[in-house]
Design a protein around this ligand. Structure first.
Ligand SMILES: [Zn+2]
Length: 60
């Protein structure tokens, strides 16, 4: 299944179209604990949830 890749692309396009300077979680809107490592603009909590869904956190 390519669902995981689709989810990543969707999240990336969501966060990139808001432009630079937008340091908010694209999912819940918090400004705390953001992870921008994967260009997702997600906070740690959302990253964890989404990450599990798309397979980033398989080992945990
Ligand atoms: Zn969030």
């Amino acid at each position: 299944m390519a669902k995981n890749e689709e989810e990543v692309k969707r999240l990336k396009s969501l966060s990139s179209k808001k432009g630079k300077g937008n340091r908010k979680c694209s999912r819940c809107g918090t400004v705390k604990g953001l992870i921008r490592k994967y260009d997702l603009n997600l906070c740690r909590r959302c990253f964890r949830e989404v990450g599990e869904a798309i397979g980033f956190w398989k080992e945990r």
